[in-house]
Structures are given as structure tokens and as C-alpha cells.
Design a protein around this ligand. Structure first.
Ligand code: PLP
Length: 383
């Protein structure tokens, strides 16, 4: 049996999502853009899903644009706003925090944007933000919660700095990791653009959404049939959209209870590791962290080797970051938080989900302790 502690990478499909999707994968079909009754039924399903997503995210249905992923939502926010601003003669500078997901960071880099710092807990350095942005800034991107460490940002203080020094800028927040755990409608209120991704909260893979609040102009990335009110062309993924909406509604309904229960499990995990292995460091400790993500560093134990042993023992976890080549890159998030390279190489991310149990946590702790002790004897790293 596998103990799955990689929910931040992808969570299992919720039954509510599966049931909502089933007709659209079997008997029901139709292109929502068509004019006949079959198409209209598909259109209605997409509209109902849009209403449900808008309800949970605290926006108008017309402000929801369905995308093919969280990555696409992030790209649409950044490239879309920059292109529209540049085309309209408005400020088109961009800046993001140093700990953003590559979907944001690489998009910002691609348009020659700037990066501002975080402190050792991973919270935005508001002083540096004020220095980096200015009247020429058209967009600032700050994730609501980080995917490697789980740090939660206070977007209202970011928006206050923006109002002072970059009044023309809109705020984008990547709420992909926040959505399973936090009240996005309230916490992302200061942002004009909000990204989410279905597979992080029990929806299917390959579907996401970008909230674009009224008044914000975005140039589309994809052109063609003009779907999503000209903001995202391409035939709708009806099953995916319907499944994502059902998962988001179900997640939101039980969010507070689940978040409180999982936060206790996370606490148990970190405390037990700390008691049983010398020197364990919890990344981001002291800051506000998501209930579902624990990033721990185990001095003397290289994460790459540890993860292999954990995989053999049936525990699925991950390093904070990985790269497509398969070679472990040092985490840009930990580096931005001031963690040295050797220390960062010992970091693993244990991410819990709504179905994680106390027994899962205890099995994982036992496996990490056994593997950690073995590796410390074999090839100590930077102790
Ligand atoms: N943003 C964050 C914070 C993420 O954690 C992820 C996925 O891990 C993404 C964006 C990308 O979302 P998707 O996998 O839907 O492309």
C-alpha cells in the first residue's frame, strides 16, 4: 500500500467530480459553441460550472475564463496583461516575487520583468517590493500560497504598497495551491487576476481557470473560435470544466473542517520527525503555512537518495522542486529564503490531502526515520 504524500503535485479525483463528469464522457457530448439542442445542453453545463466556480472564488460568472491548466491561467494573466497594456499605451512593466511557480517566474522573465525578495520565512519583503515596482509597472504577481514550502501571503499589504508606488498596476495571484485549503474569495479579494487548477483540489488534470475582474483587459494567448468571450479560443473541455466545478464546490463546503484536521496531522508529522531525527528543520517555520504542505530539511540526508528509499518503502513524496531533465535543481524558493545550497539539497516536501490519515503520517515518519538513519551512516551530506 502506498502512503501518498504528494498532494501538492496532484490530488485524487473526488467522487463528486467523477459523477459530474461521467455523462460528458459517455452519453452526453456536443460542442458548447454550436446552435442546436445538443450543443445548448453542453453550453448549459459549462455555464452552470462557471456559476459554481464564480460562487466559490467570489467573482461574477463573466469574470471566469476556463483554461487548460493552472500554467495556462498564469501565462494568460502575465502575457495577456502585458500585451494589452503595451498595445494600449499603458504601463507594461511586470514584477513577481522570487518564490513564484515557474509558470509565473519564467513568464515574467520572458517579458523582461523584475523580481522582488522574500524574507527567511518566505513572506514578501514589502520594502523590496516598493523599491522594485513603480509608475511604469502594469502587473505584479504574488502567489497566495507557495507550492514548495506552503507560505501564505497577505495580499492586502501587497496591494497597499502597489497603491502607493505603482497605482497603474494590477495584482495577479496564483491561487493554485491555496484553493484546496483557504477561502480564496476573501484572501484573493485584493487581486484583479486569480489562477486556479482543477487537479489540486480533486478535479481532473488539464483544466484550470483565470478570474479576470471587470475592467482588466487581457490579450488572448490562443486565437481561433473566440470562446470564453474572445479571451481563450478552443473548444471547451466540457467534462473537465464540469468536474473542476464540482470538485471546487465540494472542497469549499468542507474546507474549514478538513483544513483543521489536516493541519493537526501536519503538526504531528513535523513534531514526530523532529523528535526522532536530530536537527530536522521545518522550512518557513514561524510564518503562516498551508495545512497541507510540510517542507523539512534533514541535515546529513540528501533528498534525492531519501526519496528513492521512501519510494521503495511505499511512501510517495517529493523534493521541493524538480526539473524536467530528472536532475534535481536547487530550489529557487529555498534559495530566496536564504537557505544555502547544501542545506537545500536535504529538503523534502511532504504534502497531505483530505484523505490523509494519522496512520499514513505514522507510517511515513517511521519510513523517513529509518531511511534517514541509514543514509546518515552511509553518506552524510553537509552535517
Ligand atoms: N502554480 C502553482 C503554485 C502550482 O503548484 C502549479 C502546479 O504544481 C501550477 C501553477 C501549474 O498548474 P498546472 O499543473 O495545472 O499547470
Amino acid at each position: 500500500m502506498t502512503v501518498y504524500l504528494d498532494h501538492a503535485a496532484g490530488s485524487p479525483l473526488r467522487v463528486e467530480a467523477l459523477e459530474a463528469m461521467r455523462p460528458w464522457l459517455t452519453t452526453s457530448f456536443g460542442n458548447p459553441s454550436g446552435g442546436h439542442a445538443v450543443a445548448r445542453r453542453a453550453r448549459r453545463a459549462v455555464d452552470e460550472a462557471r456559476d459554481a466556480v464564480a460562487e466559490v472564488l467570489g467573482c461574477d460568472p463573466g469574470e471566469v475564463v476556463f483554461t487548460g491548466s493552472g500554467t495556462e491561467a498564469d501565462n494568460l494573466a502575465i502575457f495577456g496583461v502585458v500585451a494589452a497594456a503595451a498595445g494600449g499605451g499603458r504601463p507594461a512593466g511586470v514584477a513577481c516575487s522570487a518564490i513564484e511557480h515557474p509558470a509565473v517566474l519564467e513568464s515574467v522573465e520572458a517579458v523582461g520583468g523584475d523580481v522582488f525578495a522574500v524574507d527567511e520565512r518566505g513572506a514578501i519583503d514589502l520594502g523590496d517590493l516598493a523599491k522594485v515596482i513603480g509608475p511604469a509597472t502594469g502587473l505584479v504577481s504574488v502567489m497566495l500560497a507557495n507550492n514548495e514550502v506552503g507560505t501564505i501571503q497577505d495580499l492586502s499589504s501587497v496591494a497597499a504598497v502597489m497603491a502607493d508606488v505603482a497605482p497603474a498596476a494590477v495584482l495577479h495571484t496564483d491561487a493554485v495551491q491555496a484553493a484546496p485549503w483557504l477561502d480564496v474569495a476573501t484572501l484573493a479579494r485584493p487581486a484583479q487576476l486569480v489562477s486556479v487548477s482543477g487537479h489540486k483540489f480533486g478535479g481532473p488534470q488539464g483544466v484550470g481557470a483565470l478570474v479576470i475582474r471587470r475592467g482588466v483587459t487581457v490579450r488572448p494567448l490562443l486565437r481561433g473560435g473566440g470562446q470564453e468571450r474572445e479571451r481563450r479560443s478552443g473548444t471547451h473541455n466540457v467534462a473537465g470544466i464540469v468536474g473542476m466545478a464540482a470538485a471546487l464546490t465540494a472542497t469549499s463546503a468542507e474546507r474549514e473542517v478538513t483544513a483543521a484536521r489536516v493541519a493537526r496531522l501536519r503538526q504531528r508529522l513535523v513534531a514526530n520527525l523532529g523528535q526522532r531525527l536530530d536537527g530536522v528543520i521545518e522550512s518557513g517555520a514561524g510564518g503562516e503555512l498551508l495545512p497541507g504542505i510540510a517542507n523539512v530539511r534533514i541535515p546529513g540526508v540528501e533528498s534525492e537518495s531519501l526519496l528513492v528509499l521512501l519510494d521503495d518503502a511505499g511512501v510517495a513524496a517529493s523534493a521541493g522542486s524538480s526539473c524536467a531533465s530528472g536532475a534535481m535543481a536547487p530550489s529557487h524558493v529555498l534559495a530566496a529564503m536564504g537557505v544555502g545550497r547544501t542545506d537545500a539539497r536535504t529538503a523534502i516536501r511532504l504534502s497531505l490531502g483530505r484523505d490523509t490519515t494519522e496512520a499514513d503520517v505514522d507510517v511515513a515518519v517511521a519510513a523517513i526515520v529509518a531511511a534517514g538513519q541509514r543514509l546518515r551512516q552511509a553518506e552524510p551530506v553537509g552535517v
